[in-house]
Design a protein around this ligand. Structure first.
Ligand code: HEC
Length: 249
């Protein structure tokens, strides 16, 4: 009889359903914040190989978001055989631990990009982003011809890193934080994560790699290609036994 009361009152049913779902959600989600294995440990010789983006890559990620690339591209390889065959090892939680917001997505008008880094040359990306159909004839991806023509605006990159630091991304400001990063990621990476050197680091990376093929100029294309080329490259799976990461699932 009592159950009939619930089933015949839509409002009551909704409220009670929400209470039940909340309890279920709490029981499933809260422990994940405390279980150490939620995010895999990815270390080679004691050094963490997954690290936050360099200033140039970070600027590229902003352009990726500004242009809405995520509307057609996901960045998460699911642990299914077909996905592994097409894209490579399934994505680890650790690989997007510094992404705010993450770019997982579920809309795949284009292919998943989680491991697109080093798949193509810089020249290919420049050509493809400027005019996709000039390299993939049947592509329906839009042209982004302004990326190579627009100088990268990076005068606020340090503030951007500061904001991410507040969310827990280990960019360093103090000497102590820098030293901690040297222990965690090695000196070269720790230098890249130093907010005090953000502008210099950004310029140097753009000049050294010349992603856009135009020397002496830092364009939005430099940043976006730098970002695409690092995606999925921070874990060297050949250094881990097959199935090593399965225990975290
Ligand atoms: C309207 C949907 C759409 C949007 C928006 C879009 N793409 Fe694509 N993208 C595609 C499709 C479809 C393909 C597959 C054909 C091709 O290679 O052009 C593709 C392919 C790619 C590839 C090659 C992937 C591979 O593994 O071969 C890259 C890299 C890429 N896109 C990057 C981007 C970036 C960066 C942006 C934003 C600036 C973007 N895309 C925006 C649809 C889109």
């Amino acid at each position: 009889m009592k159950h009939e009361k619930i089933e015949t009152h839509a409002g009551l049913l909704v409220i009670l359903t929400m209470i039940v779902i909340s309890i279920g959600g709490l029981v499933e989600i809260v422990p994940l914040f405390y279980v150490k294995d939620t995010i895999e440990e990815v270390k080679v010789n004691g050094i963490e190989t997954i690290h936050p983006y360099t200033p140039l890559q970070l600027a590229g990620r902003d352009i990726y978001q500004r242009e809405g690339c995520y509307l057609c591209h996901s960045q998460m390889i699911r642990p299914f055989r077909d996905e592994k065959l097409r894209y490579g090892h399934y994505s680890l939680a650790a690989e997007s631990q510094y992404d705010h917001p993450f770019q997982w997505g579920s809309k795949r008008t284009g292919p998943d990009l989680a491991r697109v880094g080093h798949k193509y040359s810089n020249e290919w990306h420049v050509q493809h982003l400027t005019a996709p159909r000039s390299v993939v004839k049947e592509s329906i991806m839009p042209d982004y011809p302004w990326l190579i023509k627009t100088d990268l605006k990076y005068n606020d990159i340090d503030e951007h890193m500061r904001a991410l630091r507040k969310t827990g991304v280990p960019y360093s400001i103090t000497e102590k934080e820098y030293e901690a990063n040297v222990k965690r990621f090695g000196k070269d990476i720790a230098d890249e994560l130093d907010i005090n050197k953000a502008d210099d680091n950004l310029l140097k990376e753009a000049e050294d790699n010349n992603y856009d093929g135009i020397p002496g100029r830092v364009t939005e294309m430099d940043a976006l290609v730098a970002y695409l080329q690092v995606l999925g490259t921070m874990v060297d799976f050949s250094k881990f036994e097959d199935g090593h990461f399965a225990k975290y699932r």
